[in-house]
Write a protein of this length. Structure first.
Length: 416
């Protein structure tokens, strides 16, 4: 696979050029400077007499899929050491201090030499890749060293390189995995057609986590006092592109009995002020209302000005709008449906298995314009329609739990 490796070298060179102008590329490059020395220091600080399991995630979304398995492994009587690597700065920067991992760092560029050095340093007893991560040279080195490899929460589509006429080397890599845990039947069928039989349709490991979060969601007194008995629309992780439809609806069409919680994706002061200025209904900020119950009770909109409580806020909602579907891609729809909330979102949702299911089954509604938003919310105000949509949303969670336990069972059966 000389062409692949040449492409990797060119890719690394291009990122170094991009780092001159783009902060994210700069972090990518800086995080890999003198990487081998940094990795040796990390490894030297850890015990030598314990098994080490390596988890690799592209970014933050994949981390959330790997997280339930990491935390389950840490509940063992003799837990393994956990090495957690990221490809993207957006994952590493947020989770660099994740307490359940014994070491968190960047994965080096996927050249044969760097893959070989990486594995000589860490010598993992198990390698776990999440969803889409397939680095050819790293996987080949792992297979040559006979390190068991798992894929969890995998998704496969006909257009991927494994299933192309020229994809034989990549198919052989898949056949070298100890096991492939995939999210849906379509992925399993795709593997079957390629002659790959070591797979299990296990679902998405994130579902186990969001169900756990929903079951243990802490009360948020300010939110509870704001909502009281009113039906509430919770707009989570909204971008300006989402708010372009949401805010006019709130001003002009929100039913008199309803209230709204808005938790924007970006909480910069300028963005919060723009939301406040565009709303004609009374709005209060979460961080400024404590000790002022009269303002909280008079408000129709609660604007969240912090990060970290959105998943628990959904417990107070009746309907959720999840942002990102007009911009970079849909944010987390699993969190609201774990509480049985029907979800609305923009048109960029097709890469998300749960969103496709929700649209097909009637638990999710695609919002492409203002009319679609009005129609969906009007429909969900009818009791029978709401109950059906809520049941379909919750059904996805109920039918797809247990992926983490299936992976754990495989690990235990392998003697790891």
């Amino acid at each position: 696979m000389a062409l692949y490796t040449i492409g990797i070298y060119l890719y690394g060179f291009a990122l170094r050029l991009a780092a001159l102008l783009h902060p994210k590329a700069q972090k990518w490059v800086q995080g890999r400077q003198n990487w081998a020395d940094h990795h040796r220091q990390l490894r030297a600080a850890l015990p030598k007499d314990r098994d080490l399991f390596w988890f690799h995630c592209a970014s933050l979304g994949e981390f959330e899929q790997g997280r339930p398995l990491i935390e389950a492994l840490k509940q063992r009587t003799n837990p393994p050491l956990i090495l957690l690597t990221f490809y993207s700065p957006s994952g590493y920067e947020v989770r660099r201090n994740y307490p359940e991992a014994d070491a968190v760092t960047y994965l080096p560029l996927d050249t044969p030499a760097q893959a070989r050095v990486f594995l000589e340093i860490w010598q993992p007893q198990l390698a776990v890749f999440v969803k889409y991560e397939f680095w050819f040279n790293m996987l080949r080195q792992l297979q040559q060293k006979e390190v068991p490899i798992l894929l969890i929460s995998g998704l496969f589509r006909p257009g991927q390189v494994f299933f192309k006429p020229f994809g034989g080397p990549f198919r052989r890599l898949l056949k070298g995995f100890g096991h492939l845990f995939v999210q849906n039947e379509a992925s399993g069928q795709q593997l079957e057609q390629a002659g790959i039989t070591r797979y299990t349709v296990a679902g998405d490991t994130r579902i186990d986590r969001v169900q756990s979060i929903a079951d243990g969601a802490p009360a948020i007194p300010i939110a509870a006092d704001f909502c009281q008995s009113a039906p509430v629309l919770v707009a989570g992780s909204s971008w300006p592109e989402d708010e372009a439809y949401l805010l006019p609806y709130i001003n002009q069409e929100l039913p008199a009995a309803w209230k709204v919680i808005i938790a924007p994706h970006e909480i910069a002061e300028a963005h919060l002020q723009r939301i406040e200025q565009q709303l004609s209904l009374t709005v209060v900020r979460y961080g400024k209302v404590e000790g002022h119950p009269e303002k909280l009770h008079a408000a129709r909109v609660l604007l969240i000005d912090n990060i970290g409580m959105l998943s628990a806020l959904y417990q107070y909602g009746r309907i959720a709008y999840v942002g990102g579907g007009f911009k970079t891609g849909l944010h987390n729809t699993l969190e609201p449906i774990a509480f049985g909330l029907p979800v609305l979102f923009g048109p960029r949702y097709h890469k998300f298995e749960e969103a496709r299911y929700l649209v097909a089954q009637g638990g999710g509604f695609v919002i492409e314009n203002a009319d679609a938003l009005s129609e969906a919310l009007e429909k969900l105000q009818r009791p029978e329609a709401y109950q059906e949509a809520s049941a379909k949303a919750l059904q996805y969670i109920q039918q797809n739990q247990g992926a983490t336990q299936k992976v754990l069972s495989w690990i235990e059966s392998a003697g790891l």
